[in-house]
Ligand binder design. Structure first.
Ligand code: IFM
Length: 450
């Protein structure tokens, strides 16, 4: 058995994707609320006004996690719920919601992992330029301080950003996500200011939370050329620089990857790189699949190509290649030399409620088995992986795909909000129990130690 007794088995979610209560108790618009108001941007013009109604159903959702045997849960706090204008006056009703959630998690012996930013920027800050405005590094640090002071007595695990490569590239570079900007300069400013915000927030969390364990969550995916052509090979290197290295490199090594250096240089001020490269405690990895890259005409000169015909794909069309996960874990281990937490892995599937009212999602079980086996192979080969969080606990609002893609191990009936654990939830729960039984015959509850 390669998994240590202290290993964390968890699930991840994000505020915008599950909470709902979009305009309740003082929460103001995020960029996603505004973006979704324009018709045609999202499958079926879905919105996240109600999402999974987790804002009201959090206690039952925590009970569900406890029943599955999870010992960790990653969630994000909604900046526009805590600071409706992004800065200035805090919203006590919003703060109190996460008090309730955190207290419920602790009572259920589930370790809270709090992510500060999972894409829901307050619209009031976007009106000031959002991530293009250098001042946002300070606004983000002030928001981090509010969160640290309020929850730092009970929460020790903090992530600064979730998948910064995705929300900067899709939101400011390609215009596929909120705020819908497609501009070269906007993208490179956003990249640098997010990195700066990360470093500033790390300082604040260290200062204000005794025993804080801090990291950022990066989406790393091998970028394979889609063909043997020299053009596709060069495109794959360019995409890898944006997708894999634009954040981990400056945060770990105080420099941008060479492919980005010239484009970001105009926005770097004296002292920035040292401010960005603050030591962190772990590397958060989100991984689903590799990319197959073609030369293209967008600002990266690279586009996402289809995988070779023989590579299986999930319901959302993503290639299923467990070896790429194993290789990614080993690559992170050798480059960054940090404990690794897998903070997202999972798959969308075409889940159907059968006549007996259950969901037999064998495809998802197959994916999870293959990927957790690949993780064990990476651990056996030396990668210091300390936790695995499935994406996601619940079927939720899947950004541009709205509710058309189901990633949960728990089915959510959109009309009634009823939760039905899928067969994959039972499989995950049994797998966790089997690990615990073999690691800890006395039945003590395992918590992570670093
Ligand atoms: O739903 C998203 C999540 O918000 C970020 N990582 C990928 C997931 C699946 O697309």
């Amino acid at each position: 058995m390669t998994i240590r007794p202290t290993f964390l088995w968890g699930a991840s979610t994000s505020a915008f994707q599950i909470e709902g209560a979009a305009h309740l108790d003082g929460r103001a618009d995020s960029i996603w609320d505004v973006y979704l108001r324009a018709p045609g941007r999202v499958s079926h013009n879905d919105t996240a006004e109600t999402a999974c109604d987790h804002y009201h159903r959090y206690a039952a959702d925590v009970a569900l996690m406890r029943d599955l045997g999870l010992n960790a849960y990653r969630f994000s706090v909604a900046w526009p719920r805590l600071l409706p204008q992004g800065r200035g006056a805090a919203n006590e009703a919003g703060l109190a919601f996460y008090d309730r959630l955190i207290d419920a998690l602790l009572a259920a012996e589930i370790e809270p992992w709090l992510c500060l930013y999972h894409w829901d920027l307050p619209q009031a800050l976007e009106a000031l330029g959002g991530w293009q405005n250098r001042d946002i590094a300070g606004w983000f640090a002030d928001y981090a301080a509010l969160v640290a002071r309020r929850y730092g007595d009970r929460v020790k695990r903090f992530a600064t950003f979730n998948e910064p490569c995705v929300f900067t590239l899709f939101g400011y570079g390609l215009g596929w996500h909120a705020p819908g900007i497609a501009d070269r300069a906007a993208l490179h400013k956003a990249i640098h200011h997010v990195n700066l915000g990360h470093g500033r927030a790390v300082d604040v969390l260290r200062r204000d939370v005794a025993g804080a364990s801090i990291g950022a969550i990066h989406n790393r995916q091998p970028c394979y050329p889609a063909s043997d052509s020299a053009e596709d090979a060069a495109a794959a290197l360019r995409l890898a620089a944006y997708w894999n290295d634009a954040f981990p490199f400056p945060q770990a090594f105080a420099c941008y990857p060479p492919e980005l250096q010239e484009a970001v240089a105009p926005y770097i001020a004296a002292g920035d790189m040292a401010q960005i490269a603050r030591p962190v405690d772990w590397f958060g990895l989100n991984h689903y699949s590799p990319h197959y890259v073609k030369a293209g005409s967008n600002l990266m000169g690279a586009s996402f190509g289809p995988p070779p015909a023989e590579v299986p794909r999930s319901a959302i069309g993503w290639p299923v290649v467990p070896e790429a996960f194993r290789d990614t874990l080993l690559d992170i281990h050798s480059r960054f030399r940090l404990p690794i937490y897998v903070l997202e892995n999972g798959t969308a599937a075409n889940d159907i409620v059968d006549a007996s009212g259950s969901i037999q999602d064998d495809g998802r079980i197959g994916y999870l088995k293959a990927y957790t086996t690949a993780m064990e192979q990476a651990i056996a080969a030396g990668a210091d992986v300390r936790g695995y969080f499935v994406w996601s606990l619940l079927d939720n609002f899947e950004w541009g795909a709205g509710y058309s893609q189901r990633f949960g191990i728990v089915y959510v009936d959109r009309a009634t909000q009823r939760r039905i654990p899928k067969a994959s939830a039972r499989w995950y729960s049994n797998m966790i129990a089997a690990h615990r039984a073999s690691d800890d015959p006395a039945g003590r509850h395992n918590r992570a130690e670093e």
